[in-house]
Design a protein around this ligand. Structure first.
Ligand code: NAD
Length: 419
């Protein structure tokens, strides 16, 4: 039976449990159940054939208690307000868990970008910026790439914002190309942070990474880069599932070759082949006998339909919200360790923060410095989540929420409720 999952309800369920475990009273966190602002915009675009198409766009600002709003923009046919609201709230928790001075936001356009020409995409992106202009800015709300958006889209966003302001404002978005103020290390940051966090976890439980097998869902910025870095760290990537199917090679996929293929074939592995690899179904993918599952595509991918069949002992959440509340309970009962999204994929926003700092300073850092500072932040965040998890005897996800919520609530108490 097909289920529908509401990611916002998913987020609220975990928030409520974390608030209960922290012993918070309702007044402490009730305002965090709703976003501070939700904007729905209409984005009209003149298509190449002269027709006018109107797309729906969103920008949701969940919480600004700890700093300016921060969060990506996705282009996806299923994007809707509840999804963007959940993603915005997850950004609040993510920035709090790694302790960077931001609140949470997210944006999106309900569109299948693969159906638009490059000129249509440019016009749509720039019009979206014009529509959300009153909400964004380097001191206000700083967008970044997410599903189906990349450095090029950020360059168009930065250009539109700058043109409308009348001067160049690199710090309005992060994840930009290097040529216009991007940071070294940003492209790989989410995958790098996930790899670092996995290694920290393995170290705590006395396991060694090299030789462990990994199945990856999603082969874009997070999944593709993550797979490459995991392979470079000695893990054996044996399966990749993307929007066009699943490839399984028990001997280990040649990740660099697969990445080269995806980069030159419309970002998909649809026609990719290599010796020893075969095609399997999505159902078989989730039940593979691997050590680690690395979901890095979309939310709600691990749910009560496939969770019972999962054999992996560790789930490293590269995507935001890949595991439903129901699946979480099933996996916890089976003893599967879940390294939660708000910690595991936070490397991206950490290096986005570094990019913003560099833009504001008008000064660039070497890649070694970026990676070193990223490692410091990720290690500290993992150590804190691990401490709470062991002291309070809660799974890592609950521990991460408790760390994050505690920080946000303390900051709110210091500021008080305006007026
Ligand atoms: P992307 O567009 O670069 O890549 C997405 C990948 O997922 C593609 O390979 C696509 O084929 C695959 N995919 C999409 N729908 C799928 C489906 N239904 N089944 C299987 N595969 C599917 O996107 P990304 O930036 O890598 O983002 C992936 C996830 O990571 C999202 O949940 C995003 O919110 C999250 N995330 C991204 C960043 C970042 O820095 N880009 C940071 C933190 C979290």
């Amino acid at each position: 039976m097909a289920h529908t999952y509401n990611p916002y309800e998913n987020m609220l369920a975990v928030l409520e449990e974390a608030a209960g475990k922290l012993g918070l009273c309702r007044n402490d966190y009730v305002a965090l159940r709703t976003a501070e602002r939700e904007m729905i915009v209409s984005v009209p675009v003149v298509m190449d054939d002269g027709r006018t198409e109107v797309f729906q766009g969103y920008r949701v600002q969940h919480c600004s208690t700890r700093g300016p709003y921060k969060g990506g923009v996705r282009f996806h046919p299923d994007a809707d307000l509840d999804e963007v609201k959940a993603l915005a709230a997850w950004m609040t928790w993510k920035c709090a868990v790694v302790n960077i001075p931001y609140g949470g936001a997210k944006g999106g356009i309900r569109v299948d970008p693969s159906k638009l020409s490059i000129n249509e995409l440019t016009r749509m992106t720039k019009r979206y910026v014009a529509q959300i202009l009153p909400l964004i800015g380097p001191e206000q709300d700083i967008p970044a790439p997410d599903l189906n958006t990349d450095g090029q889209v950020m360059a168009w966003m930065m250009d539109a914002y700058s043109m409308l302001k009348g001067y160049s404002v690199p710090a309005v978005v992060t994840g930009k190309p290097l040529e216009i103020g991007g940071s070294l290390g940003r492209m790989e940051a989410t995958g790098r942070g996930a790899t670092m966090t996995l290694l920290s976890y393995l170290d705590k439980v006395g396991k060694k990474g090299p030789g462990m097998t990994v199945a990856v869902q999603g082969f874009g910025n997070v999944g593709g880069t993550g797979a490459k870095l995991l392979a470079e760290a000695g893990f054996k990537v044996v399966a990749i599932n993307d929007v066009d199917g699943t490839l399984y090679n028990p001997g280990g996929i040649d990740v660099h070759r697969a990445l080269d293929f995806a980069h030159t074939h419309g970002k998909t592995l649809k026609n990719y082949e290599e010796p020893g690899a075969k095609r399997i179904s999505a159902k078989e993918f989730w039940a593979l006998p691997v050590d680690i599952l690395f979901p890095a595509a979309m939310e709600n991918q691990i749910n009560e339909d496939n969770a019972p069949a999962i054999k992996a002992g560790i789930i490293l959440e590269g995507a935001n919200g890949p595991t439903t509340v129901e699946a979480d309970a099933i996996l916890n009962a089976k003893g599967v360790a879940i390294i939660p999204d708000i910690l595991a994929n936070a490397g991206g926003v950490v290096v986005s923060y570094f990019e913003w700092v560099q833009n504001l300073e008008a000064f660039t850092w070497e890649e070694d410095e970026v990676n070193h500072k990223l490692a410091q932040i990720m290690e500290k965040a993992f150590a804190e989540v691990w401490r709470v998890s062991t002291e309070k005897k809660v799974p890592l996800r609950m521990a991460a929420y408790m760390v994050a919520l505690d920080r946000v609530v303390k900051a709110r108490k210091l500021r008080g409720i305006f007026p």
